[in-house]
Design a protein around this ligand. Sequence first.
Ligand code: PLP
Length: 463
Amino acid sequence: MSKIKHAKLPEAAPAAPAASTNGGGRDYPRIVVPPPGPKGREIVKLDKTYSSTSYIKEYPLAVSHGKGAMVEDVDGNRYIDFMAGIAVSATGYCHPAVVKAVQEQAGKFLHICGTDFYFEGMSKLCERLAQVAPGKGKKRVFLTNSGTEAVEGAIKLARSSTRRTDLIAFRGAFHGRSYGAMSLGSSKAKQRAHFGPFLPGVHHIPYPDAYRTETGGKDLSEFSLSFLHELFRRHVSPDDVAAVFIEPMLGEGGYVLPPLKFLQGLREICDAHGILLVFDEIQTGVGRTGKMWAADYFGVEPDVLVTAKGLGSGMPIGAIIAKESVMKWESGSHGSTFGGNPVSCAAALVTLDLVERELAKNARVMGERMMAGLKKLQAKHSVIGDVRGAGLFIGVDFVKDRETKEPAKDLVHDLVQQSFRKGLLLLPCGESVIRLAPPLVVDEYDVDTGLRILDEVLTFLTR
Ligand code: PLP
């Protein structure tokens, strides 16, 4: 078992490698003053005085600007970003094509309200999303401002389309912060504490986690699906269930990939009972996993897919994409003042172009490189219990002991904090997982340099 130290790393800037395959002469990462520097401290102080106490603020990063996978803070420190503002900045910071589309649209009109009027960008984005959605049949699209709003709308759509009430979701799931989305969530008790009561008729079953589920020798897919059968046998009639909501790869809950057969089995059960299968691809969608959708890995077509995060490269936009047979709700039954904002639509159209043309592939190639590097780190550091993922959606699960798999929460906390001070931006998820979800534009230099910092910090913390 590794001894974990909670001491501080030296604050000195990490020296970038002298040469790399394509990154020679890069000027990041670069720590010129221990963060937060004087300007950063001013912002942190102001924020702490007036902003909501509910904000998390993982570490005191005060951003000035970014380019590609590099973020610069207000004091001139430069970081490699391995978290993309929670898996959002798909095309990196300030991709010229995205910036151009945003600027052009901003010069025409900022708002008109797509619920009530027409504009080309919105119609084209609906067409585009309907075409790239998994499965062949015709789809329809409703545009939102955020992931939560897409989940909320999908709950309403599922209930109104099936005329049923109940919903099934998974332990560890995160679907957002509004009441419907929160009711489906089961990621952290803190996110629900004192906010109840929640939507009635929501039932949670375990998410299949190949690393942490004890199946007693049974097949993980069958074992996990047995909870659904049990639910239908004892607790709720499947005829009352409108939809099953699932992240086809679990995000906030720990970057967990379910077995192929599990999602296929879930599809079959939903079909047998007329239950809608809703994929929450808010974190996994738009090229993040190396394909346009995580669903594409499983060959499973959901009835409804919700997405957001990477779709607008940082401009706020989300979508509910549903089979035409499902999205038949009456005119006026659902709407949104800002959903499908013209500037966000413009950013999303260019983002989809870039992802389709090059970034999904880059996510696959760079994801493989990152995964190979992490496997080497796993061989070196016994605190790394598991490395899993697809494309640039990678989870590194830290344990105190590989036998007991006890989560190494303090280590993950220290790793995130100390990596920041060495010029690498990380984010945790699950109990003791670091999620690696960089902008999809990362290259060899970014991947190799980020992993080198991770190695250095881990070596220091576990020596
Ligand atoms: N669903 C999933 C899978 C998410 O990861 C998130 C955000 O992290 C949400 C829903 C909520 O999205 P938003 O924060 O845009 O409301």
